[in-house]
Design a protein around this ligand. Sequence first.
Ligand code: PGA
Length: 248
Amino acid sequence: MADRKLIAGNWKMNGTHADLERFGAYAELAADAPQQVRVALAVPHTLLFSAAERAAGSRLGIGGEDCHANENGAHTGCVSAPMLHAAGASFTILGHSERRADQGETDADVKAKAEAALRAGLDLIICVGETEAERDAGDAESVVGRQLAGSIPECNPARLTIAYEPVWAIGTGRTPTVEDVAAMHDHIRSALAARFGEAGQGVLILYGGSVKASNAAELLSASNVGGALVGGASLKIEDFRPIVEAAA
Ligand code: PGA
């Protein structure tokens, strides 16, 4: 497997225009990262255009956190993939567990959104992950396998990144053991290889859920972990920097 890594921040519903003042530091962090380490930030829709403007010409990738499955139309309050792309996004997160839980998104919804994102020229970070009850019941791998099968569209796997985010680890400070992370990432790798053949070996599989300075190096060293999707610790550059450094 390639030793390239992606550290992607997910600002979720945080940040206003005033926070963009701090973007220079994120662009610098991306610029200083070794060639094989890419740095990206997914930001709220309201920040996308300005964030992309500030990141233009830098190595910092800017993306959205969701998109609608349609290109345009009567969908009050929604934002389409072409809108994200026109605002400067190069990728979007899809199927985050908070959207699956709060907005009731199904695998079929995620797949339709992913198809729209690809049509608009956006790369994909598709999130999967089991709840605590599902893990306790021994169903983690089958749940994630089902999410992968249902959420990933027909696509060039070079445009696909998977984020494994156990729901019970997100924002809780709890993480799976490195062995559990490795086992799940190996399982995801097998599913990708079965689906895409040799090209499935090259898909990055990020770990997400309470990644922070103190656990990043260990989590990033686990089998088939190609980087991290970082929520809370991406909001401040002081917390985010050591995670990027750990990937190097
Ligand atoms: P967290 O969130 O790092 O705050 O746990 C990760 C995510 O939900 O992407």
